[in-house]
Design a protein around this ligand. Structure first.
Ligand code: DGI
Ligand code: FE
Ligand code: FE
Length: 383
């Protein structure tokens, strides 16, 4: 028997998924398809639907004979690598041929996967081409070379799938709209009964999570920054709620390792200076962590992202958080009183003074100065 493995978060499963699977069966590319529901990754605790709910919905949408929901990765927990899952399925079904089902975009990424060589040599593939990928010469050349180099067995299924996404389903449910056309009736019922996709992440939840991650000392600093940020927001006209959240959250990544900071910011194009400096990178990593875990707003993201080196033409919220970080009552260094007073009168000039003081400190302690900090200073310097 040919068994196809169809991996996904299925949050929730929809007609695009089931249509693809049915076409695979109809075309005799597989006799049975296992919908491998991924476990919930350790981050995203608050925004993700539990793995059990995702599995239950997947199960209820499938016939259980040719299309079957599989909770192997959920039971295993943690991060699952495709290679390990496929290996386990091969052991479970030793007399059957295991096919990994993937989209064309994933096929391009395979060289970066865990155990990429073995993965490509040891298993068979069903490549679902939804967007005429093979008409793109770059893709075609890459795919043909990969198939040849690794002697891969690849079946290609060219189909047009219904244009449905799980994200859209979740958004519709949140707005109270029906999702009849998009997924199985039983899934819609399950979502309603279990009140899925209706909860939003509140600022309180974000702050509580941050509280559990920071040391007492750092937390006190963040509390102070939040309070001062609200005062400044009131004076200069920024959203006070956003100022409080950004103030609390700005140093969310302050106490993780440099490796972890780099991991969180992998998708950003950063130079070696930033990548090797915890003092600089923690701000960017914190913003990325908050975005990934809680999907915070763009404004709060930027206020956290730029809190250490600032940038030219900052938003009011960015300035407020930048200065609150600098003048909060726990800060105690030479010249702080003057800068504190200035922050309430002329925030732009306070930014210049704050940066001057940081640069002086960096020079005295023989540390490198990052050019973007200088650009921020120059921008706000009155000539
Ligand atoms: O995270 P906090 O300690 O609350 O404050 P912060 O985010 O403003 O970080 C301050 C640290 O960042 C301090 O050690 C000085 C450092 N820093 C600021 N600008 C630069 C810088 N470090 C380097 N190497 N270059 C800079 O331009
Ligand atoms: Fe910081
Ligand atoms: Fe700080």
């Amino acid at each position: 028997m040919k068994i196809g493995i169809f991996g996904g978060t299925f949050n929730p499963i929809h007609k695009g998924h089931t249509y693809t699977a049915q076409k695979i069966i109809e075309n005799n590319l597989a006799d049975k398809i296992l919908f491998m529901v991924t476990a919930t990754p350790p981050h995203k605790v608050y925004v993700d639907t539990s793995a059990q709910h995702r599995f239950n919905m997947t199960k209820t949408a499938l016939d259980g004979e040719s299309l079957v929901a599989c909770d192997f990765e959920i039971k295993k927990g943690g991060k699952s690598y495709s290679y390990e899952t496929l290996k386990a399925m091969q052991e479970k079904y030793p007399d059957d041929e295991i096919f990994f089902i993937m989209g064309a975009d994933m096929f391009m990424n395979m060289p970066n996967w865990y155990e990429a060589d073995r993965l490509r040599k040891e298993f068979s593939y069903i490549l679902v081409d939804r967007s005429d990928a093979f008409e793109n010469p770059v893709f075609k050349e890459f795919a043909e070379k990969q198939i040849k180099d690794f002697n891969m067995k690849v079946e290609i299924l060219k189909i047009k799938t219904p244009d449905i996404s799980s994200t859209e389903i979740r958004e519709r449910v949140k707005k109270g709209l029906d999702i009849k056309e998009m997924t199985d009736e039983k899934v819609e019922k399950y979502i309603a009964e279990n009140k899925l996709y209706r909860q939003t992440v509140t600022d309180d939840i974000i702050i509580d999570t941050i509280k559990s991650k920071l040391s007492e000392k750092r937390l006190k600093h963040c509390e102070n920054v939040a309070k001062v940020a609200v005062e400044l927001a009131r004076i200069y006209g920024a959203d006070e709620k956003a100022a409080y959240l950004a103030g609390y959250a700005h140093d969310a990544a302050k106490e993780i390792t440099l490796e972890e900071m780099n991991e969180l910011t992998l998708h950003l194009d950063l130079d070696e200076h930033i990548r090797s400096s915890k003092a600089l990178l923690h701000a960017l990593a914190g913003a990325c962590y908050l975005k990934k875990t809680f999907n915070i707003s763009e404004e709060v993201y930027n206020a956290c992202f730029y809190h250490t080196m600032g940038r030219c033409d900052m938003t009011v919220l960015e300035k407020v958080v930048f200065m609150a970080d600098y003048i909060e009552p726990g800060r105690n260094f030479e010249g702080i009183e003057e800068i504190r007073e200035l922050a309430y009168k002329d925030i732009d000039q306070a930014i210049v003074k704050a940066i001057d003081s940081t640069l002086t400190h960096l020079m005295k302690t023989n540390k490198k100065i990052y050019y973007k900090t200088v650009l921020t200073r120059n921008f706000y310097l009155k000539q």
